[in-house]
Unconditional design. Sequence first.
Length: 436
Amino acid sequence: MQFAAAPATPAAAAASEPYSWKNIRIDGGGFVPGIVFNQTEKNLIYARTDIGGAYRWEQSTQSWAPLLDWVGADKWGWNGVVSLATDPVQTNRVYAAVGMYTNSWDPNNGAILRSTDKGATWQATALPFKNGGNMPGRGMGERLAVDPNKNSILYYGAEGGNGLWRSTDYGATWAKVANFPSVGNYRADPNDSSGYQSQNQGLTWVSFDKSTGTAGNTTQTIYIGVADKANPVYRTTNGGTTWERIPGQPTGYLAHKGVVDLVGGYLYIATSDTGGPYDGGKGDVWKFNRATGAWMQISPIPSSSGDAYFGYSDHLRHHRTDQVGHRWAVHGQADGQGPGGDRRTRPDQPALRRPADQRARRHRRLPAHRPGRGAVDDVHPAGLHQHHQPRLRRDQAVGAGSGGQLQELGPAQRPARRILHRRRGELVPGQRTGRD
């Protein structure tokens, strides 16, 4: 018996399907130690993380755009961002100090990244030392700052005893400021053989006094925070020609944050007894009168108090003042505490009063900013913040996704502290998450 085979027909080609490649969204990924607002462009906000890169807020989509996803395995440590600066003059410019560990865990030195398109593309300048985006003290800052009058000038306060660095060409090249008198000396645990807790936490923040310069000319007065409990704040009043320890400054604590209030005429500092982020039990807030040189403690809960909540990195009590620290209102408590109240830093000031229905609320609306009554400063365990951005509309988060919550960022770790978000015009604590 014979069979005739039918002629073979070619297999049909597989139908082509369009592909669209996008990043996989991964929520949760380390601390968000810094949220940086541009001082002149509305809604231009950046967030830095300790192991998950940097992000820019997209107002149109109400989402965060990752900026460092291009970093490869050979430079994995660049996903640790120890500081970030946004240019108030040419707002397309943004800078990031990157590097994850200053000990042997990261094989590479750190770098300063610079962008002229809000982080869409970057150029890098290698540093001769390591940066510690995931090292102790990473919540202090910002260590990197742009001169608001002559924006080609930047300063960077380095960790690890590496001192103060300066660029005069928009971050392309850097040189050490040889005449700066301190490199810091605070170490969380000098006996830690791994080099993690024993690192010198170095210089902690840079803050320019814009009023001491004019457009196109160097700002003359610059304040520098130093991780040195005996000498936490230095300044120059001549554009960096000489530097000095500010007389009469508070000692015994580290200055985590330093903010210049151009309206009220003060420098504000928020201090803690450790560098954080896992510890810290006491702290104070001080204001320095830039005209008279007088210091005044304005802590809503002073370090002499038996109340141990203020100063902890993992407990939240949020304070707000619109009277340059003379009176504070409490917004939110930690661990199921009550709704809080108002505190005075001067006994001659009457206490703020709220209607009974408001006192019973768990959270309360923030009072409106009154420019004539000084800067509005927020004090919570993350540090001291001065608001320059316009008020957000109801149900709009401060750099948030859906639901009015600040979403966790990055691929691996999760934040240990609670993050603040806005809901119906209120500032409320977000969900507490686990540690690294």
